[in-house]
Design a protein around this ligand. Sequence first.
Ligand code: S3P
Length: 257
Amino acid sequence: MNQLDRLRQEIDRCDQIIVSALEERMNAVIKVLNHKRNNWMPIFQPEREKQVIEKVLDQLKHKEFSREIEKIYIEIMRNSRRIQSKQLFPYNIVLIGFMGAGKSSVGEYLSKLLEMEWIDVDQKIEEHQGMKIHEMFDIYGESYFREIETEVVYEIQDRENTIFSCGGGVVLRKENIEALKRNGRLVLLQAEAETIYERLKDDRTRPLLKNQMAVSAIAQRLGERKQRYHDAADFIIDTNDKDIPAVCQEIICELMK
Ligand code: S3P
């Protein structure tokens, strides 16, 4: 055996140790998850993740690799979140609600917290068509947009363990809701017309509120859709006066009930 082969054997031995340690670690993560679940404890605790990384870095004999090891551990933590959310949510989490209810911001934050994939349906429609939603409304009209919206909903319905942020009008078609329910839990993010106005008043990208950015116009459209939102939802989260992390924690609690 030449010297290179001997050195490679050393690496192979390290890999055996790493792989079996990782396997053991992942099994331990599932045990912790089950314990927390049985005792109604919060599952995702970012402060605990920080402590784990600090503890690992403290153990290093040679600080020269600390940056690299930290990066690996950040990935290990992500992986743990993914393992846990796969066990907890073996379905899609579908966010519905009026414009400005926070579907996109909550979806993005939740996807990082749970390390789940995230699809913003409006963004997907824009990619599909190679144009912005407001351009689509201007050039082809709302009914064309609704056709494409349904096509995209059908395309994504079979996914698993994914978060969808839907457009506010997705509830207007029964077939959209049927498709989304097939493999998903529907979460209605709710906000008062005043809250929505405050969140959107400087936003020029919402075609349905173009030239109508007023609390009364929002309240009227919200009233027209309210029943559909409630009929479609598996549960409702009030987002008035709440920040995004608080909304996400409430969603997780409700899903785990
Ligand atoms: C719509 C809401 C928009 C977008 C389109 C139509 C609606 O999505 O899908 O402008 O009918 O409420 P957001 O709710 O994300 O703004």
